[in-house]
Design a protein around this ligand. Structure first.
Ligand code: MSP
Length: 645
């Protein structure tokens, strides 16, 4: 990873219309890992998070409670700040859009754009979606409803102010094309490029006060407030001091990474980037859009009452275990399904079994065979010594490379490979047998050193993910507080373990979580449910029959409902050299917006068929019979058009 002197990372600022949920925790924990990692590398870090407090959603939430918006916001902000504390988040700043420093910057931004002739007034007639706070054109609405949230829209004609966003379309397109890592992951970059293929309109950046008063007043027209999205996006420059503290602003800007969820990609990739262009400011280096968590396969929402509370999970299962789970379970750009069973399995297998055992057995060995002290450094010649040393020595570079790509799960997987290798090493070396043979004293010391050194390197590298556990590991290993030390790379080199430090075996790092045993009847029922009358296997085919099918990787670029067909969606799927239009019977399981950017498997040489008057040029693979259970997709990113065997 290149080592800039400064590393500025942001999360979205969260709406204070409701209490925090797992989605908020997810981005914030991911940003925290990167911030901590960069501090350990010795970089100067600014890690910003905060709350988005203006606009219709917040005004409505306050009205419903019969209190002033600011009173409402003050209360909810506390729950977001508490969550940061609970999850051990190391943010350097927390910005609220109702703070004076932010309002001043928004006013300055609006003034600059106005003076540069980037804003004009016009009367606009369109369809307005109140919950989403945005206008849609006649063509965009679907059955009188918002194409985004599917709630009714209302016709509105009013005078407003517009930012000349369309003017920057080509410049933005070019920037994305020239800078491969600018929008990540690749599927999201393609999504934005697809969006920019269509004409980019101008952006309405005002709301008349008679309709919405809870916002920042336009400096050039007191009858209007600023559109909440523009107000919110400006937080990324108001916190480091744009228009107020030039030295600080220039020190931090441009940001290294904006982390956002996939639903707010366009607002960031297009609205925000074009605004920065208009202000003449450099663009952030990376905008990364992560996937969404569902609960037991369902979208989480207040109305469904299935919102996962992150503070409860952290309290029940432990903060570090929860942080580990969030980043290990699902590749960062993908969607993931949350279930308590999966969380408990992860904790028991990776944390209690793998790392917990490794630490506890190593400490027991040191107590028994090394007078409770860290061993002397010894060079081992056995192939297994060298294998463990190499794996531990190479670990920093691998983790570094994965974190550069924000591939948290891969970084953790690499660390766990070393943990597992160290456990196997102990089993193979059997130090308890070596200890019985006086001639094997030196071998025993070698084994103790190799194990302890591997675990020391592991403890350094898990620090950003699980800061408390890493600190406790270091403490038990007799090392002084490793987590606060900088120069991580140097600390991860083999052979740095100081000899003779007293170790202090303590409480178990990650106690095993007892799972309730199911009664036989329950077990049978759940097995029956899972395997309910699987369809009989069809007659055998030859390998030549199978080879006739041309299965390809496709990326869904566009998806829409088909009128009068409840179960069908019309998809535009990119298979490399061509785009296929596919009618898929998956509408009961997936909403169109859930599919954009998904990598799917399609049968590319299936005879086209006409369904509901639309030609379908291929078929998607999915699990299930008549009822679709899940689309077949990939664990890793794969290029469109790749063949599947
Ligand atoms: N206020 C805007 C962001 C303005 S940034 C200048 C906003 N706020 S939000 O509170 O609604 O959402 C904040 C973040 O939470 C978004 O990145 C969104 O993607 C994320 N999530 C909301 N639900 C989520 C899941 N179920 N799973 C993962 N992240 C999700 O949008």
């Amino acid at each position: 990873m290149s080592q800039p002197n400064t590393y500025y990372i942001t999360t979205p600022i969260y709406y204070v219309n409701d209490v925090p949920h797992i989605g908020h925790a997810y981005t914030t924990v991911a940003a925290d890992v990167l911030a901590r990692y960069h501090r350990l590398l010795g970089n100067k870090v600014l890690f910003l998070t905060g709350t988005d407090e203006h606009g219709q959603k917040v005004e409505d939430a306050a009205n419903q409670r019969g209190i002033a918006p600011l009173t409402h916001a003050d209360e909810l902000v506390a729950s977001f700040k508490d969550l940061c504390q609970t999850l051990n988040i190391s943010n350097d700043d927390f910005i609220r859009t109702t703070e004076t420093r932010h309002k001043e910057t928004v006013t300055a931004v609006l003034n600059q754009l106005w003076e540069k002739d980037q804003i004009y007034a016009d009367t606009y007639t369109g369809w307005y979606c109140t919950p989403d706070e945005r206008f849609w054109t006649e063509k965009e609405i679907v059955d009188g409803k918002c194409p985004d949230c599917h709630r009714p829209v209302e016709a509105l004609s009013e005078r407003n102010y517009f930012f000349k966003m369309g003017h920057y379309q080509q410049q933005l397109r070019q920037h994305i094309l020239d800078n491969k890592g600018f929008i990540q992951p690749e599927s999201r970059r393609n999504e934005v490029l697809g969006f920019l293929d269509k004409t980019l309109g101008d952006l309405c950046i005002s709301r008349p006060k008679h309709r919405l008063s809870w916002g920042i007043e336009l400096p050039f027209d007191a009858d209007y407030v600023c559109y909440v999205w523009l107000d919110a996006l400006v937080n990324y420059i108001s916190a480091p001091g744009f228009s107020r503290d030039t030295a600080s602003f220039e020190h931090w800007w441009p940001a290294n990474v904006h982390l956002v969820g996939k639903d707010i990609l366009t607002t960031h990739a297009v609205y925000w980037m074009t605004t920065l262009m208009a202000l003449g400011l450099p663009l952030p280096k990376t905008l990364f859009a992560h996937g969404w968590w569902t609960l037991d396969g369902e979208k989480m929402s207040k109305s469904r009452g299935n919102v996962v509370n992150p503070a409860d999970l952290a309290e029940t299962y432990g903060v570090d275990a929860f942080r580990y789970f969030l980043l290990r379970q699902v590749p960062f750009g993908n969607d993931g399904d949350f279930s308590k069973d999966v969380l408990v399995n992860r904790i028991n297998s990776d944390l209690a079994n793998d790392i917990g055992n490794l630490l506890s057995r190593t400490l027991t060995m040191l107590e028994r065979y090394s007078q409770g002290k860290t061993p002397e450094s010894i060079t081992g010649n056995a192939p297994e010594d060298q294998r463990l040393q190499k794996a531990a020595e190479d670990l920093f570079a691998k983790v570094d490379q994965h974190l550069e790509q924000l591939a948290f799960e891969k970084a953790l997987l690499e660390i766990w490979q070393v943990i597992r290798l160290a456990n196997q090493y102990i089993e193979k070396a059997a130090p308890w047998l070596l200890a019985k043979d006086p001639e094997k004293k030196e071998r025993l010391q070698t084994v103790l050193f190799y194990t302890t050194e591997a675990i020391r390197i592991v403890s350094c590298l898990i620090t950003p993910f699980m800061p408390d556990a890493a600190m406790e590991m270091a403490r038990q290993l007799g090392l002084s507080d490793e987590s606060e030390k900088k120069n991580l790379q140097e600390r991860c080199t083999w052979g740095k373990l100081p000899a003779g430090l007293p170790v202090a075996k303590g409480k178990s790092l990650f106690p095993r979580i007892q799972t309730k045993k199911k009664t036989d009847a329950q077990q049978n029922k759940s097995i029956a449910k899972k395997t309910a009358s699987p369809a009989p296997i069809k007659p055998l085919v030859t390998i030549d029959d199978f080879a006739k099918l041309d299965l390809r990787v496709g990326i869904v670029r566009a998806a829409e409902k088909i009128e009068k067909a409840k179960k069908l969606l019309l998809l535009q799927v990119d298979i490399g050299n061509e785009k296929r239009q596919i009618v898929a019977g998956i509408a009961t399981k997936y909403a169109p917006e859930d599919l954009i950017g998904k990598e799917v498997i399609i049968i590319a040489n299936l005879q086209p068929a006409t369904i509901m008057g639309i030609e379908s040029q291929g078929m998607l693979l999915a699990a299930g019979g008549k009822k679709v259970l899940a689309l077949a997709t990939f664990q890793e990113e794969v290029p469109p058009g790749a063949t599947i065997r």
